[in-house]
Structures are given as structure tokens and as C-alpha cells.
Design a protein around this ligand. Structure first.
Ligand code: PLP
Length: 365
């Protein structure tokens, strides 16, 4: 099948670029002496997870239990659930998942949660791996660093059915700081309390075999931390406009990883001053203050025009869009865009090489 036969709007993956992204990150962490557990919240696609593991990753991180269930049932090992699992029904699902995939880990940030997980795991006869989630400034989840984290670690270590493995600290507020030097300063300051907590854990005899954190934006910053054992960057495998614009080390754009993900749309209506494509609010996430960008197609700029439509404003009158023309766009933000599609059309050049199911799409439960 040729790329021009794919029904639109559709999500496309450029396989050459994607493979180079995986290889670059794998080489980067290897050279830094770190491990990689990439975040699967980006792609929600078991085939991508399998390829990340084949490229050397320990497994994948999952934002949600539902995502982890899909990954485990697809045979992906080494799952780390990076959001606390609190509801009793979810805890029962988690212990069932642990029965099927015993190396699964989950983060904890509250004593009540530690006790409840300990009881649920004991009742189901499994040993549940846990990491203490440390608050490193994102004001999202995580116990406060230092003594509160150590106290929680002690409590987790005391639970017969829990196995404490170490720490996680995700400084999401640093991931998109513009400019590499400013980002480095922000991330170093944010991660310092995690490193201090790590030292306190070690002094208290608590395990620090895993200390996880980091993002695509800080992938070449957080590896400088001696105590960090693994990176959990996600977006690097496909990239998006939001990440490209933050800048790289010595470059205006972050180009270490290539823009492998696009949405293809068809021009379905033309007028003197505009053209409409069949990709609107249901085709791209809308959480960023900048629109999708046409790929190698100068002369138009995209604006959202409702659920099903995008409006192309013609900026070069010598190149008006043709009815039926197919135009690809880079999405502003990869994770929530991928979550809008059932499948990825995987391209080698202009040929469809495969169709990969985004099997954990919608699994935010
Ligand atoms: C817990 C956690 N770790 C790591 C990441 C890094 O992902 P990315 O590289 O896509 O910024 C995220 C992204 O939201 C996250 O929520």
C-alpha cells in the first residue's frame, strides 16, 4: 500500500526516523552508564514498547494501571506504573497484574496507600514491587523529600507483601524549559532533593537499587546525576513541536531526536482565501498555544475550525491547496494526539510497512 492510499485523517510513523530515535537514546544511556525505562504514555502501543525493549530498555513506564494491563498482556516486561494506585478495585487489579507479571512496580507517596497495597498484595499472595515517589517540585504527586520520604520507605520496607526497590522523582516542570542551559539549571535544582533523599535511604539501609526520573527534555542533563539509575523519557521516540522548540545542547531546536510522527489530512473544500482539511479537534490535541505545522508544504498555515475541520489560510497565493491534496502536519503534542487514534500507519519511505495498534488508547483507568 502506498502512503497516498491511507484513509485520512490518519496518524503516520516514519519508521526510519523512529528507529534512529530509539538507537540514539539507547546509545546515549549506554554511554552514560544508565538504564532506560521509556515512558509508554507517549505511544500506548505494545509494538513500540517491544521495540524499545529490543533496543535495550529494561521495560516501559506506564502512566496508568490500564496502560500497564495492556502492556503486560502483550508480553512487555519491566513495567513501572508512575501514578499511585489508590482505589480498592484498582488495587485488586494491580495484585492480579502482579500475579501475571511479577516484575511490575508501582509508585507510592502516602502511608495509607502503602498499608492498603501491603494488605491487598498479602491477601492475593503476591509480592508487589514499590518505589517511593518523591515530590521534586512539579506539585503533582510525591511525598516530600528527606525525612518524610525515608519514613515512608521504612513503612514500605516493613510490609511483608511489598518489596521496596528505591525511588522515583519526576520533575515535569523542567522538561520544557526553553534553552538547554536554563533547563539544566532548573533540573539540577529540582533533582537535588531526590539525590539527597537517595543518600538518606542508603544511610538508613533502605534500597536504592532503582532511582528513576527524567524526561526527553532533560535526557542529556539528568544522566549527570551519579545517583540516578534510570531515565524514563517518553516523547523522544516520536517527538513533537512542543519538544522541538525547547532547544538542544548548542542548538536552537532540539534535533537529537527526529520528528517521526505526523497526521495526514485531505483538502476537502477550497475557496479564494482558504482551504479546509478533514482534520480538526478530533485529529490533534489542542492543549498547546500553537497549531499543527504543515510538513514541507509552504504557503499555508493551519487553524482549528471545529471537530472535523482545519482551516488553511493561504499565505502564498502562488501555491493554493488543490482539492484532494494530501498534507501532513506535525502535531503540537504527541501523547494526547496519539490517544485519539486506534492505529499507527508505519511507513518506510512511501510504502506502508505495517499497521500498529495503539492498544492502550483510552486506557487512562
Ligand atoms: C512520570 C513521568 N515520567 C516521565 C515522563 C517523561 O516523558 P517525556 O519524555 O515525554 O516528557 C512523564 C511525562 O509526562 C511522566 O509523567
Amino acid at each position: 500500500m502506498h502512503r497516498d492510499e491511507i484513509p485520512t485523517p490518519a496518524l503516520l510513523l516514519d519508521l526510519d526516523r523512529f528507529e534512529r530515535n530509539l538507537a540514539r537514546m539507547a546509545a546515549h544511556v549506554r554511554a552514560a552508564g544508565k538504564a532506560l525505562r521509556p515512558h509508554a504514555k507517549t505511544h500506548r502501543c505494545p509494538e513500540i514498547a517491544r521495540r524499545q525493549v529490543a533496543a535495550g530498555a529494561l521495560g516501559v513506564a506506564c502512566a496508568k494501571l490500564g496502560e500497564a494491563e495492556v502492556m503486560a498482556r502483550a508480553g512487555v516486561p519491566g513495567l513501572l506504573i508512575t501514578t499511585e494506585v489508590v482505589a480498592p478495585s484498582a488495587q485488586r487489579r494491580l495484585t492480579r497484574l502482579t500475579g501475571e507479571a511479577p516484575d511490575t512496580m508501582v509508585v507510592v507517596d502516602h502511608p495509607d496507600n502503602v498499608l492498603a497495597l501491603g494488605r491487598a498484595a498479602a491477601a492475593d499472595g503476591v509480592t508487589l514491587n514499590v518505589l517511593v515517589d518523591v515530590h521534586v517540585g512539579a506539585r503533582r504527586t510525591g511525598v516530600e523529600p528527606g525525612e518524610p520520604a525515608v519514613a515512608l520507605g521504612r513503612l514500605a520496607a516493613e510490609q511483608r507483601a511489598l518489596r521496596l526497590r528505591g525511588l522515583q522523582g519526576y520533575a515535569g516542570q523542567c522538561a520544557h524549559v526553553m534553552g538547554w542551559a536554563a533547563r539544566r539549571e532548573a533540573s539540577r535544582a529540582a533533582m537535588e532533593p531526590l539525590m539527597d533523599t537517595r543518600a538518606r535511604f542508603a544511610a538508613a539501609g533502605l534500597p536504592v537499587e532503582i532511582v528513576a526520573g527524567g524526561s526527553t527534555g532533560t535526557h542529556d542533563i539528568d544522566v549527570e546525576l551519579a545517583g540516578l539509575t534510570e531515565l524514563q523519557a517518553g516523547s523522544y521516540c516520536v517527538m513533537d513541536l512542543d519538544y522541538r522548540r525547547i532547544g538542544g545542547r548548542g542548538s536552537e531546536a532540539l534535533t537529537t531526536f527526529e520528528m517521526a510522527l505526523t497526521v495526514v489530512a485531505t483538502v476537502v473544500s477550497v475557496a479564494a482565501d482558504r482551504a479546509m482539511v478533514d482534520a480538526g479537534l478530533k485529529a490533534f490535541s489542542t492543549d498547546k498555544p500553537f497549531p499543527p505545522e504543515a510538513v514541507e508544504r509552504p504557503g499555508v498555515s493551519y487553524g482549528f475550525a471545529g471537530d472535523e475541520h482545519g482551516r488553511l489560510t493561504i499565505t502564498d497565493a502562488s501555491r493554493p491547496p488543490r482539492l484532494g491534496e494530501r498534507i501532513e502536519f506535525f502535531p503540537p503534542h504527541c501523547d494526547p494526539t496519539v490517544n485519539l487514534y486506534d492505529r499507527l500507519w508505519v511507513l518506510r519511505g512511501d510504502k506502508v510497512d505495517a499497521v500498529w495498534e495503539i492498544a492502550a488508547r483510552g486506557r487512562s483507568d
